[in-house]
Design a protein around this ligand. Structure first.
Ligand code: ZN
Length: 389
């Protein structure tokens, strides 16, 4: 069966419209009706500026249009549909009144530090980078900014999304969002053969906290699994970074000489640590820490955070290429999440038939329901701690 009727089946049987609208209402249905929703249909076309008054309205339209994907924009002062009518433009000036602070972390920004995959592939090994990013960002948002209503979703494709839904966050001005984004963006995306982090004295407390998360994982994940020092190319990237961190070409040559006598990534990493233990130069005191941050610190696509009207995939939306569901997950269990077996439209369709025939313990359905539970828990907490606008 083609994907189109299977997706229709998903909107009839699985998509949690009521829970989504409970979230987007923030206790006030009027807010929901001012939220821009976008339906992606085939060939990259979008129906933008849609809005729905309630869950039934949302549900009926999704079932009628059967979108490939659903995205969410901000909350406007007037109905998003009104704003596109030419005549109304002179009557109303459209402006954004609320938008969750959102983060988009994409595995393609880790190209220089991952060796297991390339392009849009995201395997369990790549997921370790995502897991570290989630933990570092989540903790910073809670401890440094005091936010508590944070939703994490796997996008169904190359990465994860974070929605910060506290009222204070939703009402931040663009410049304030930029400041939050800049604070969390130590590593900019793109090639990192130039110095990006350097601790002058002691690392900033938030970097120290990130290091506490990164350090225990580093050897197992980067040195061993990703084998960063196991190949000539990997060594070159590493040495370029070291010479940039220490501002010295000699260090690079000395280390290369040592590395060439060794065989494995693990041996080379150990030799690197020993090498710097012997030097007492103040500039190199934090070199190992700086390096771990360079490899592992979250790479954020900050444009998504800064811009108020940027669309972001709605939780539970299908992914238009992989057909995987954009599924919420519990950040405390992020290490156990497996993006390669995330539920998708065909598996949910097939397993629903099997369940009707009496089968139990079906993996895609189980994972989907776990995602719904995580989401419902998040919405209930929002409702309990009335942080409504
Ligand atoms: Zn991979």
């Amino acid at each position: 069966m083609s994907i189109v009727p299977q997706r229709m089946f998903y909107y009839w049987n699985h998509f949690p419209f009521e829970d989504c609208c409970r979230w987007l209402s923030y206790g006030n249905g009027y807010i929901l009706s001012l939220r821009e929703v976008s339906f992606g249909i085939s060939d990259g076309m979008f129906f933008r500026n849609l809005s729905f008054n309630n869950a039934l309205d949302f549900k009926l339209n999704a079932r009628r249009i059967n979108p490939e994907r659903i995205d969410l924009g901000p909350v406007y002062n007037i109905s998003p549909a009104l704003a596109v009518i030419e005549q109304s433009k002179s009557l109303f000036k459209q402006s954004v009144t609320q938008r969750e602070v959102v983060f988009d972390i994409d595995i393609s920004d880790y190209e220089e530090v991952r060796t297991c995959c390339i392009g849009s592939n995201l395997c369990r090994k790549c997921w370790k980078y995502m897991a570290i990013a989630c933990k570092v960002i989540d903790l910073a948002l809670r401890e440094d900014f005091g936010y508590c209503h944070i939703l994490w979703t796997y996008s169904g494709g190359r990465g994860v999304h974070c929605w910060v839904c506290d009222e204070e966050a939703r009402k931040l001005k663009p410049a304030e969002r930029e400041a939050v984004g800049d604070y969390l963006q130590i590593i900019k995306s793109g090639a990192f053969n130039v110095k990006k982090v350097h601790f002058e004295k002691v690392p900033h407390p938030s970097v120290k906290r990130a290091l506490q998360i990164i350090e225990p994982e580093f050897v197992k994940t980067c040195v061993e699994e990703q084998n960063i020092l196991g190949t000539e190319e990997g060594m070159q990237i590493f040495l370029r970074m070291i010479s940039s961190l220490c501002n010295s070409e000699t260090v690079k040559e000395d280390l290369k000489e040592i590395f060439d006598t060794l065989e494995t990534s693990g041996q080379r990493w150990k030799a690197f640590l020993d090498f710097f233990k012997k030097t007492n130069e103040w500039r190199t005191v934090f070199v190992a820490e700086e390096l771990m941050i360079q490899y592992f610190y979250p790479r954020l696509d900050i444009g998504v955070t800064k811009v108020l009207n940027h669309l972001l995939k709605c939780p539970f939306s299908p992914h238009n290429k992989t057909q995987k569901i954009c599924i919420p997950f519990d950040v405390e269990k992020v290490d156990d999440f497996d993006p390669t077996t995330a539920p998708n439209i065909p598996s949910l369709f097939a397993e629903t038939q099997l369940e009707k025939a009496g089968e139990t313990n079906l993996p895609a359905l189980t994972k989907f329901r776990e995602g719904v539970q995580v989401f419902q828990k998040f919405v209930s907490k929002l409702e309990k701690y009335k942080c409504y606008a």
